[in-house]
Design a protein around this ligand. Structure first.
Ligand SMILES: Cc1cc2nc3c(=O)[nH]c(=O)nc-3n(C[C@H](O)[C@H](O)[C@H](O)COP(=O)(O)OP(=O)(O)OC[C@H]3O[C@@H](n4cnc5c(N)ncnc54)[C@H](O)[C@@H]3O)c2cc1C
Length: 433
């Protein structure tokens, strides 16, 4: 379920791993696959939306997937059945939930493009709406406020938006008419939901200062009206244009099934990506529950990057194939070693956290660091092209991608585990790595 950065590669992996008597069904509420990281460029009119989209009907036909178009509205784990658009029933033997994030605009009145006053780059529709408003803003520039709502866990796109806006305004000689403020619940600029990444704080703060962007950290946006953002400490931030990332939650149908998700609708998982109670349900990507280990003055979530989503999806697909005895192999777990290329105009910063979650005993990671350079922008653009090509060719996460990330950045995305037999009562697993 879900044909995003997790769901579509998982469907491809399953199709490669399972013999042809198995049907792989892909259910998607959207008729296109979207490379979501590319939406920021779309919002600035730097590339057309079509550049980061591919039609799912054609991909499914070409790569032997059974594509069902529509939104999953209900799930009945006891009867192994899901409902699409309230009417079509689909029975399953195994289910992979990869429905990403539902956007919690309702938590902060006045946010969001539908009924609110701030823009967003989280979906293709939002990016198009943000682009239209951006073009109008360029005609009549004023204060620009970019940032994230309390509880948000995805900050990279907000930094990218603020810094690319700076570049675009400078390019047109309009920067002095548009003061930029970055407002965030993060404890400091450069945290991005992951504390203690070497050099991340200094490099990010330095860049924001260099570009003259005012940073307000530890901020809680209380409400937004057409003219200004109000923080809980009473400060008002007037704006002519604003892009605010919301807090995320899980899809509505997850929240409606008792025991399937947590209070926010994120799906709890065992290390193999399997649900702890429902033995034939797996989840991957933003829809899974990953707790933020840091206690921060303003609550924030844990980022789940595209590359983490893909690694989780690859592990889930592999493990379903093992469960079905289609392949003879150990189960796999994603290491959650993460790499994020953030593009900031002519320069960028690569943030590496290996793994994202530090060792619970020592509080340490194998490695974590940030590096700045123009090369980040080139690598990110090249990765986008590569990703679109591999999606077109029906490739999930191939060995050469894993080898590349290992060779260049020392990241090992998946590891084998020995799984002890399930206990019949709980369906729980013990894992030995
Ligand atoms: C603007 C932006 C920029 C980003 N930039 C980066 C970056 O540079 N690097 C990086 O690593 N990460 C980046 N991310 C994060 C990255 O996009 C996500 O980690 C990734 O998309 C998560 O994959 P996913 O499969 O979990 O969700 P998605 O890719 O969002 O896919 C979920 C899919 O499920 C569908 N869906 C949802 N509900 C239903 C339903 N009920 N029924 C059927 N279908 C449903 C959705 O329409 C969507 O197509 C960025 C995120 C944003 C918003």
């Amino acid at each position: 379920m879900g044909a995003g950065l997790g769901g579509l590669p998982a469907a491809y992996e399953l199709r490669h791993l399972l013999p042809s008597e198995h049907t792989v069904t892909l259910v998607s509420e959207k008729s296109e696959f979207t490379f979501v990281p590319g939406l920021i460029q779309v919002a600035f009119n730097l590339k057309p939306l079509a550049h980061v989209q591919l039609g799912l009907a054609q991909l499914a036909q070409r790569h032997n997937l059974n594509w069902v178009s529509g939104k999953v509205t209900a799930l009945d784990p006891a009867n192994q059945r899901l409902t699409v658009e309230g009417q079509t029933a689909i029975d399953y033997d195994y289910l992979l939930i990869a429905t990403g994030a539902a956007l919690a605009w309702d938590l902060v009145p006045g946010t969001g493009p539908h009924g609110g006053y701030t823009h967003s780059v989280c979906t293709p529709d939002h990016a198009l709406e943000a682009r239209q408003a951006w073009l109008e803003f360029l005609e009549n520039p004023g204060p620009l406020v970019v940032g994230a709502a309390p509880g948000a866990g995805c900050f990279g796109p907000a930094y990218e938006f603020a810094l690319i806006a700076d570049q675009e305004l400078r390019r047109r000689g309009l920067r002095d008419q548009a003061p930029i403020t970055y407002v965030t619940p993060e404890p400091y600029a450069g945290h991005l939901g992951v504390s203690g990444v070497t050099h991340a704080r200094e490099l990010t703060a330095e860049l924001m200062q260099e570009r003259g962007i005012e940073v307000i950290d530890n901020a809680t946006i209380a409400a937004v009206d057409p003219q200004a953002i109000t923080l809980t400490d009473g400060r008002q931030l007037p704006f002519s244009y604003s892009m605010i990332l919301p807090a995320f939650r899980g899809a509505q149908f997850i929240r409606a099934v008792p025991g399937l998700g947590d209070e926010k609708g994120f799906v709890p998982i065992l290390p193999t990506q399997r649900h702890p109670q429902f033995a034939n349900i797996y989840a991957a990507g933003v829809s899974v529950k990953l707790a933020q280990p840091d206690v921060t003055p303003v609550p924030i979530g844990l980022p789940k990057s595209g590359q983490m989503a893909e690694a989780m999806a690859t592990a889930a697909a592999h493990n379903i194939a093992v469960d079905l005895k289609a392949i003879k192999a150990s189960h796999q777990v994603p290491t959650l070693e993460a790499l994020c290329f953030a593009e900031f105009g002519k320069t960028g910063i690569a943030y590496i956290a290996a793994p994202v979650l530090p060792d619970p005993k020592t509080g340490k990671r194998k490695s974590s660091y940030a590096v700045r350079g123009a090369w980040v922008v080139w690598v990110k653009a090249a990765f986008e092209e590569y990703f679109m090509v591999k999606i077109r060719f029906g490739v999930g996460m191939p060995w050469y991608e894993r080898l590349g990330l290992r060779t260049l950045f020392g990241l090992k995305l998946l590891k084998d585990v020995a799984v002890l037999p399930k206990t019949a009562a709980t369906g729980s697993e013990s894992l030995v790595s």
